[in-house]
Design a protein around this ligand. Structure first.
Ligand SMILES: NC(=O)c1ccc[n+]([C@@H]2O[C@H](COP(=O)([O-])OP(=O)(O)OC[C@H]3O[C@@H](n4cnc5c(N)ncnc54)[C@H](O)[C@@H]3O)[C@@H](O)[C@H]2O)c1
Ligand SMILES: [Zn+2]
Length: 355
């Protein structure tokens, strides 16, 4: 088992990673626990998770799988379920699932009785390397995704890579895109490891050794960034690499394009902008995009997306400050810069380069 500590003073916590990490749930203090799972995770892994967590089948809240469930109403349903079960401030919630479950359960834990403990048991690769770590919780409203929420750190994260063996390829791709992102912005050695092991990540995925190692490294890196800048006032923003571009493609696809594919296209666009600005060598941008392709991720813009619509969609990004579109760019594999303003002309040129 590998353990990564996230250093946040009195709110510090450990992330336990490995094949069979569910057994480590036993090291938690005993507390009544409401386990939250979506319908798919409950059907596939519910019994195993409950047995390891020592929970009872009555103390489970489940909801229909999918982003459409990620609403404040579902978070309130979780709280109501806890209230009916007479939970109090000494109890905890456990989020066993992907990012939707983690965000919703964390949000419910932040507001139930003004805040109770929660733990994360990520079951998607994306949750293992991204949403499960960092304490951002929340829900979507009709006006936009993740517009309500709270910062609420988990008391522990348990990543059992054997739970990932049932993930469909596209869900694996969503996590792989965030892994490549993490390597490109922060860690040239992780990037090389990904280059050297691309086929063991995709065609013959190794969940016993390789994935635990890669997840450990991503958690360590994200943990470091979060410890430095918990509430995203500075450095944490580099984690948005590829996302300002990617969100535009997601929006134009009406959210039918998987997030990881949109982020991969976004990173490809960002790489061309960095080359256009003379920040990044063409050969490094090519290296990034070759790795994405080898992992089965797209690096070309869908033909139906017009460049002017993409630039307009980037304007709508909630992370823009004072009307300027701001993007994270890299200066080398493993070195990212803080978000910087970009003009419509150069953004359009970057999109055109990936047609
Ligand atoms: N809080 C953060 O910092 C943060 C960061 C990134 C993303 N997010 C959020 O995370 C969400 C996306 O996360 P996600 O991709 O994990 O989505 P998800 O939770 O909807 O999971 C994706 C799908 O995989 C299924 N699934 C989960 N575990 C499985 C398993 N082991 N085997 C088979 N199927 C399984 C789920 O039922 C679901 O259908 C978005 O809402 C996004 O906003 C949050
Ligand atoms: Zn993302």
């Amino acid at each position: 088992m590998k353990t990564v500590g996230v250093d946040l003073g009195t709110r510090s916590y450990d992330i336990v990673i490995g094949a069979g990490a569910l057994a480590e749930l036993g090291r938690l203090s005993r507390k009544r626990t409401l386990t939250v799972m979506d319908s798919t995770v409950k059907a596939l892994h519910g019994a195993k998770i409950l047995a390891s967590a020592g929970g009872s089948p009555e103390e489970v809240f489940s909801f229909p799988a999918g982003e459409r469930s990620k609403t404040p109403e579902t978070a309130v349903e979780i709280c109501r379920c806890a209230a009916r079960l007479k939970f109090d401030r000494s109890c905890r919630f456990a989020a066993a699932g992907g990012g939707v479950t983690g965000d919703l359960t964390g949000f419910a834990a932040a507001i139930f009785m003004r805040g109770i403990e929660f733990i994360q048991i990520p079951t998607t690769l994306l949750a293992a390397v991204d949403s499960g770590v960092g304490g951002k919780t929340g829900a979507d409203i009709p006006e936009g995704k993740n517009l309500v929420g709270a910062f609420h750190q988990p008391a522990g994260v348990f990543i059992d890579t054997r739970l990932l063996t049932t993930l469909p390829a596209s869900e694996l791709g969503n996590g792989l895109a965030e892994i490549v992102k993490t390597a490109v912005i922060l860690d040239p050695e992780l990037f090389e490891l990904l280059e050297n092991s691309a086929d063991r990540l995709v065609s013959r995925p190794d969940f016993e050794e390789l994935y635990p190692e890669i997840i450990r490294r991503c958690c360590e890196l994200k943990g470091m960034i979060v410890a430095e800048d918990e509430k995203e006032s500075g450095r944490r923003a580099v984690l948005n690499y590829g996302h300002t571009f990617g969100h535009a493609v997601e929006l134009l696809s009406d959210y039918t394009l998987p997030h990881g594919q949109a982020v991969a296209i976004g990173m490809a666009a960002a790489s061309h902008l960095a080359v256009l600005r003379g920040l990044w060598k063409q050969s490094d941008a090519d290296r990034q995009n070759r790795l994405l392709s080898r992992l089965g991720l797209p690096v070309k813009v869908p033909p139906r997306c017009r460049t002017c619509d993409l630039v307009n969609a980037m304007r709508a990004d909630k992370k823009n400050v004072g009307g300027a579109i701001r993007v994270v760019l890299c200066s080398a594999v493993g070195s990212s810069r803080l978000p910087e303003a970009a003009g419509d002309g150069e953004l359009a040129a970057a999109w055109e380069m990936i047609r």
